[in-house]
Design a protein around this ligand. Structure first.
Ligand SMILES: O=C[C@H](O)COP(=O)(O)O
Length: 329
């Protein structure tokens, strides 16, 4: 079945890291987003594009490898984080994988995503699995801590072994049009990350307009972001297809100008397998197959994996099990 995967391979491939560029304010100010065209484009997606049976199972397995399996709760504990890590290393039950003909293929999630406090716990629990630990940072979720403490927080997570840092931008810089302040803070965050990859969380639900989303995306990429990410999961509105289309087109424009591929991470409220397929279709249609791989696509989600596993079980047995048979954390 693996090669029936709608042409999708379950392999990783490296891409060049974004070196960033000088802030090009005229490019930022020229950005336009056609709201009604964006809404029309995404409205047609769910009905128009679909995959079934083995092909759907293959797309869902691919989605599993792109999940940043996340716990970001005020009642997190080391035990919960360890259980999450165990799930990240074995995200789909072996009997389901066997039935899908994937028995000998290793499947793992893209990363584990936790608060700084649990980076060390996760690094130890994941051992030599190769699964990176991502730390949310810079005063997540509001991003309003003193700047020097935000930089120190990044450094502390890198020192504890985080290979990816999910920073939150200061939304005020976007809302007041202070693009040089956004560029400067992002540049400093990128420098503090060193070899760790940096995902810039825009908090799109706070940014008021898609034009602001597009401008913030561009500025963060100019300042060296490896990924741009929609949301913390804590805003009133988190990932949407309209925001996704806007950010993917910014990624495309940046690649056209610089030749550099930037990753994309929708996050917050993505909990159903059928929804993740729409994100995958949009990635492939707007940017191409390279963006279906975990080095360029991550899905920030705490409960999506349970529904994907349930859909895969349905695919192999013909019956749905209760969600509580697919525990995550
Ligand atoms: O970055 C990841 C999000 O915080 C997860 O949000 P979720 O709990 O709605 O899946």
């Amino acid at each position: 079945m693996a090669d029936h995967a709608g042409g999708i391979k379950l392999s990783n491939h490296a891409s060049l890291r974004n070196p960033g560029m000088s802030l090009d304010l005229s490019w930022v100010m020229d950005v336009r987003v056609n709201l009604s065209a964006t809404e029309r484009r995404v409205a047609t997606l769910p009905g128009r594009r679909t995959v079934k049976k083995d092909a759907q199972a293959a797309w869902l397995l691919k989605a599993v490898t792109c999940i940043d399996l996340t716990t970001l709760n005020s009642d997190d504990t080391p035990e919960r984080v360890k259980r999450l890590c165990a799930k990240a290393m074995n995200p789909v039950r072996p009997d389901i994988l066997d039935a899908l003909g994937m028995g000998s293929r290793a499947i793992a999630t893209g990363a584990i995503c936790v608060y700084h406090r649990y980076v060390g716990t996760a690094v130890e629990a994941l051992g030599d699995s190769g699964i990176p630990v991502a730390a949310v940072s810079t005063g997540f979720p509001a991003g309003l801590s003193p700047h020097h403490l935000k930089v120190k927080e990044i450094e502390a997570s890198v020192a504890d072994g985080a290979k990816e840092i999910d920073i939150v931008i200061t939304r005020e810089h976007v809302l007041t049009g202070n693009w040089s302040a956004l560029y400067d803070e992002m540049t400093e965050y990128r420098a503090a990350c060193g070899d760790a990859h940096v995902k810039a969380i825009l908090g799109t639900g706070d940014l008021k307009t898609l034009r602001n989303v597009a401008k913030a995306s561009l500025v963060c990429m100019m300042a060296g972001a490896d990924f741009i990410k929609t949301s913390t999961g804590k805003e009133g509105v988190n990932a949407t297809l309209a925001v996704t289309l806007t950010m993917l087109r910014a990624i495309r424009a940046y690649e056209e100008r610089t030749g550099i591929k930037i990753g994309y991470k929708p996050a917050g409220g993505i909990s159903a397998a059928k929804d993740v397929l729409n994100y995958q279709f949009l990635m492939k249609e707007e940017l191409g197959r390279a963006w279906l791989e975990p080095d360029l696509f991550r899905i920030g989600a705490s409960s999506l994996l349970a529904d994907i596993e349930r859909q895969l079980e349905h695919h192999v047995t013909g019956a749905y099990s209760a969600l509580n048979r697919h525990p995550i954390g």
